[in-house]
Design a protein around this ligand. Structure first.
Ligand SMILES: C[S@@+](CC[C@H](N)C(=O)[O-])C[C@H]1O[C@@H](n2cnc3c(N)ncnc32)[C@H](O)[C@@H]1O
Length: 263
């Protein structure tokens, strides 16, 4: 309430009208990047190996962590979802980024824990080393500076994924895409309990929930390619699937966009 002096009298002004309600779209933009809910309990975040992650990754591993079939699927998803000319952030990267070799991007920035691996990565224009479990932020990166953020076969090592996904949203431009891929392999002792103790199905759901926990991401899409798998639920198909492609890595990707999926 405001006091107004005028014409020698003291008047009491009526309170200003309340601001008009935000449209659902404006409200969404207003809350963008907020963590709506916590996905993991403290117990879910624990690891069997509690030594610092930097020690675990101190020696370069110049290997591929998944088989050629998985990498082909992943490169194909990148080909379809990340336009040439984009600025790309490869989170939790190493000496390979799996981006399509025929595409040129405006800039590819890598992040990981081992500088020697990142130095060998020919796709990177730049890189930085940071333990995301010690400091779950991308504080050195300006808001809305990337068109795509990718994270390949590594999300299982994040102890505070809600904060990292909020940071991913922050650094993405509106319409930018985040692609998180994984298989059923892991450094078991370094994966969080929720991942270690889960199934392929529950892991997909976990990553879906990481996206859903942050305001501003579109409804996540799931891509599943299970080598040799026939997509019906008859008993005979399920039995056959066991011997069609033994030992091949299943491919899973969960994809979401900041605000909107471009047409
Ligand atoms: C299995 S490798 C995958 C590397 C790469 N994305 C690929 O496709 O080959 C897991 C990566 O996660 C990263 N990483 C693990 N723990 C991390 C942490 N606490 N902070 C940041 N990066 C981490 C490491 O740099 C490591 O290279």
């Amino acid at each position: 309430m405001a006091l107004i002096f005028g014409h020698g009298r003291l008047a009491i002004a009526p309170p200003p009208p309340p601001p008009p309600p935000l449209s659902p779209r404006a409200e969404n933009l207003n809350r963008a990047g907020q963590i709506r809910r916590t996905v993991l309990t403290d117990r879910n975040r624990t690891k069997l190996n509690i030594a610092p992650d930097r020690d675990f990754y101190a020696f370069p591993r110049l290997v591929t962590h998944v088989d050629d079939g998985f990498i082909r699927e992943l490169t194909d998803v990148y080909r379809q979802r990340i336009p040439a000319g984009s600025e790309v952030l490869d989170l939790m990267s190493s000496w390979v980024s799996h981006l399509p070799p025929e595409f040129s991007y405006k800039r590819v920035v890598g992040h990981g824990l081992n500088a020697q691996e990142l130095l060998k990565n020919k796709r990177l224009d730049d890189f930085f080393v940071k333990d995301l479990n010690r400091d779950p932020s991308l504080s050195g990166i300006a808001a809305e500076s990337f068109d795509a953020v990718v994270c390949a076969v590594s999300v299982q090592y994040l102890e505070q994924p809600e904060k990292i996904f909020a940071e991913i949203l922050r650094v993405l431009r509106p319409g930018g895409v985040c692609i998180v891929s994984f298989s059923n392999r892991m450094f078991y002792d370094k994966a969080i309990a929720a991942w270690r103790d889960g199934s392929d199905y529950s892991r997909i759901q976990l990553v879906v929930q990481y996206f859903q926990a942050v305001a501003g991401f579109t409804q996540p899409e799931i891509i599943k390619r299970i080598p040799g798998m026939v997509d019906d639920s008859t008993l005979i198909s399920r039995l056959l699937n066991f011997w069609r492609a033994p030992g091949k890595d299943p491919f899973y990707a969960v994809i979401s966009y900041r605000n909107i999926k471009p047409a």
